[in-house]
Design a protein around this ligand. Structure first.
Ligand code: NDP
Length: 337
């Protein structure tokens, strides 16, 4: 891949089930000359997020679907290579929806300059990025946690879930994680300080939950949906809150998915169920950055990043989110920092 050529993944057709490389075309285009008011950005890291699977479905949502022939949408951090824009200069690190490509020519709209930071650049896509926003506002604003309450989070070893449990601990909750391997469960308890972690693949989820949550569950942070949601509903306390962040178990479904069979619990236990979209909290991002900076410096927030190398790998790498093989925030390194 040369500096003069921009490789891009463009949507060839809509995926059925899991994403396949053949759902995209890898296209090579020359990097255009800059006009006045434009900036050339070189992508360094691409964020791979479960929501991207939803962006490929042709249905109304909080963002329009990616159209056939378009470059795959995706959050990225990059570096300004050259600029004819008054706000940007060569060497600036920037963030935005730059897409699955090596370079982007932009008029500066939607391009955010990143402040200098002692943290690695990739942290802007995890701890201080969408995962940070999602965990912070999802738990604190939507979940309304109280000291002494019990928090259960599914997808607990992922980029969002691992932060949710740690924030719960900071707020004085009992934090219990649900994850898909014993290694992930060990990391949650020994590495992050969760009070307990349950491997949902080991069976008897209800029995394991009852043992891990002797006082019931007050806040459930839902990342997964399906069977896990139903089982947690059955152990919720009255007036509990269910924060619906994601339903990853259903994102690749090819048929209609069944609704929760324990839904009547919502009435008998007077539960509040609320979904949310993290970018809605954009105007309040400073609250998260202030708290996370303090907590991170105090050693109370830890995170891990799973880096896959090369733009070519993006369409296969995204499935690590769906088969559970990602170890933390999943990103693709497109070029050197
Ligand atoms: P993660 O890093 O958590 O990766 C996804 C994990 O989900 C996998 O590692 C896997 O872990 C688990 N998983 C996948 N399939 C299943 C399944 N069928 N059943 C149970 N667990 C499964 O991803 P993110 O942290 O980026 O995202 C977590 C959730 O947050 C997603 O649902 C996502 O859509 C949502 N989200 C919502 C946002 C919002 O604004 N509402 C913003 C960002 C994310 P395991 O090994 O434990 O199975």
């Amino acid at each position: 891949m040369t500096a003069a050529t921009n490789h891009q993944w463009r949507l060839a057709h809509r995926p059925e089930g899991m994403i396949k490389t053949s759902d995209f075309n890898l296209v090579a285009e020359p990097v255009p000359e800059l006009a006045d008011g434009q900036v050339l950005i070189r992508n360094i890291y691409l964020s791979l997020d479960p929501a991207m699977r939803g962006w490929l479905i042709d249905r109304p949502s909080y963002v329009p679907p990616v159209q056939i022939g378009e470059i795959m949408r995706g959050l990225a951090v990059g570096m300004v290579e050259s600029s004819r824009h008054p706000k940007f200069e060569k060497g600036d690190t920037v963030q935005g929806l730059f897409g699955w490509q090596e370079y982007l020519v932009s008029n500066g709209e939607g391009v955010t300059k990143l402040p200098s930071s002692p943290l690695p650049l990739s942290a802007n896509l995890g701890l201080f990025g969408l995962a940070g926003m999602t965990s912070y506002f999802g738990l604190l604003d939507v979940g309304q946690p109280k000291e002494g309450e019990t928090l259960v989070v599914s997808g607990a070893a992922g980029s969002v879930g691992s932060l949710v449990g740690q924030i719960g601990k900071i707020k004085g909750m009992r934090a219990v994680g649900i994850a898909g391997t014993d290694e992930k469960c060990d990391w949650l308890v020994d590495g992050l300080g969760f009070d307990a972690a349950i491997n949902y693949k080991n069976g008897d989820l209800r029995g394991q939950l009852k043992a891990a949550c002797p006082n019931g569950v007050d806040v459930y942070f839902e990342n997964v949906g399906g069977e896990i949601l139903d089982v947690v509903l059955s152990v919720m306390n009255s007036f509990g809150r269910v924060v619906v962040c994601g339903l990853i178990s259903q994102y690749n479904a090819t048929d209609k998915v069944p609704g929760p069979y324990n839904f009547a619990m919502v009435i008998s236990k007077r539960l509040r169920i609320q979904g949310f979209i993290a970018p809605d909290y954009g105007p309040r991002v400073k609250e998260m950055i202030t708290d996370f900076s303090t907590w991170y410096m105090d050693g109370k927030l830890k995170y891990r990043v799973d880096v896959v190398h090369g733009l070519d790998a993006a369409p296969t790498a995204i499935n690590k989110l769906f088969d559970g093989s990602n170890q933390g925030k999943l990103i693709v390194q497109v070029s050197e920092v």
